[in-house]
Design a protein. Sequence first.
Length: 90
Amino acid sequence: MSWIGWIAVGLLAGGLARWIVKDDRSGCIYTMIVGVVGAIIGGWLMATIDQDGVGDFSLRSIGVAAIGAVVLLLVLQAIAGRGPRSNRQH
């Protein structure tokens, strides 16, 4: 797949993953990076179960990349914590 294909898959998968996870950050570059890294993660996950990863511009590739991007966003949210933290002492 060409770099334009990776950008297109990244934008679509990143946008889909951000919508699923309810990520409130904005920006095309952020969305594209989330999608492309998600494609790498999704491809790796698919390889572990002996399936093809992201290879061409297709709905399957976008789905695999979106699954990887959802995993990425959930891990990032788990590391950073969700929502504002209160400093109340009990």
